[in-house]
Design a protein around this ligand. Structure first.
Ligand code: CU
Length: 175
């Protein structure tokens, strides 16, 4: 029995050892303009920690779209918040006070099997933007650019793996 099991354990430990923390700054001014997260698109591995750093005051970070079953987060204004991206897929988050200015960001953990769902969500969600509406499209496109998963799913194909059944769920939360 051993060899296989040892291999599995090794890869689990390797996974833990490789888990890293990625910092995202909350800024009044950045490369993408005013009121931004930076970097606004993050390519992470599953299990990485994302730390939202209070570089400038009056910002916050809370998730608005996550993969099915993933942890959500909701930071207060002026609060540094961390989250572990424990499920594969695309995460979208916002700064609540500056959401109308599209102060939002995208994290991709591993592949992007839920990219189609994320894009669908973005269509409705982006109606709240009064400015900088192109940001979310841009960041989601970055996720799309490397969206091949282990299952071989590619962004842009019409159906992701195991979708459908548990569609709507995640929605209501926002207040
Ligand atoms: Cu903000």
């Amino acid at each position: 029995m051993k060899p296989f099991r040892a291999l599995v354990l090794m890869s689990i430990f390797a996974g833990i050892a490789n888990a890293k923390t990625i910092e995202v700054k909350m800024l009044n001014n950045g490369v993408d303009g005013m009121m931004v997260f930076e970097p606004a698109f993050v390519k992470a591995d599953i299990g990485d920690t994302i730390k939202f750093v209070m570089t400038d005051p009056a910002h916050a970070s809370s998730s608005v779209f996550t993969p099915e079953g993933a942890k959500t987060w909701a930071g207060e204004v002026n609060q540094e918040v961390t989250t572990i991206v424990d499920k594969e897929g695309v995460y979208i988050y916002e700064c609540l006070p500056h959401a109308p200015l599209a102060m939002i960001g995208v994290i991709q953990a591993g592949g992007a099997p839920n990219l189609d769902k994320a894009m669908k969500f973005a269509t409705t969600y982006s109606k709240k933007f009064a400015a900088n509406g192109e940001r979310l499209d841009k960041y989601l496109a970055m996720a799309g650019a490397n969206a091949t998963t282990k299952a071989g799913y590619k962004a842009g194909s019409s159906s992701g793996p195991k979708d459908g059944a548990k569609r709507k769920k995640k929605r209501k939360k926002r207040g």
